[in-house]
Design a protein around this ligand. Structure first.
Ligand SMILES: [Zn+2]
Length: 157
């Protein structure tokens, strides 16, 4: 099933505020913020601006600062990512939990990680799912979904 979500106004997306890609790192965020903030920092505004231009700059400065505050911190960034991702992917199925891949059982034959759900079903996520960037696994028998935390340990090529 393919669900195409309307992306809304996009005005709330902190990544687009900072003009970086959604998978930007903290250092990308910092670099972009420093570049953007130069144009609207209250200390850097030209004295010749009209009140209106000044207000616009101040608005932009506050929006940027707010976005930067969230995305410049690894932990709050991860939280923001998790929230926006679960909002996008699982509108219908609320994430019930976050699980660490280490706590899941790996079946080397099928290359699938599994975890029992409290309903008696289980959550499954395969290595190829993870290579495709899948992070949410839904129970095979109830409507619960979990977000799986993992880091791809890729072979050096
Ligand atoms: Zn279940």
């Amino acid at each position: 099933m393919l669900v195409v979500m309307a992306t809304g106004s996009g005005g709330d997306d902190l990544y687009s505020v900072l003009e970086v890609a959604a998978d930007a790192s903290v250092s990308d965020v910092r670099r972009s913020y420093q570049r953007l903030v130069k144009e609207c920092h209250p200390d850097k505004l030209s004295a010749h601006l009209t009140d209106e231009e000044r207000d616009t700059a101040m608005d932009k400065f506050h929006t940027l600062s707010k976005a930067y505050q969230v995305l410049s911190d690894q932990e709050s960034k991860a939280l923001y990512d998790a929230n926006s991702q679960s909002a996008q992917i699982t509108q219908k199925w609320p994430l019930s939990d976050t699980v660490d891949l280490d706590t899941m059982t790996f079946d080397p034959a099928s290359k699938v990680y599994s975890l029992s759900c409290r309903c008696g079903g289980c959550y499954l996520i395969s290595e190829s799912d993870m290579e495709d960037g899948v992070e949410v696994s839904c129970c095979t028998s109830c409507t619960l979904c979990v977000r799986v935390l993992y880091q791809l340990a890729r072979d050096e090529r």
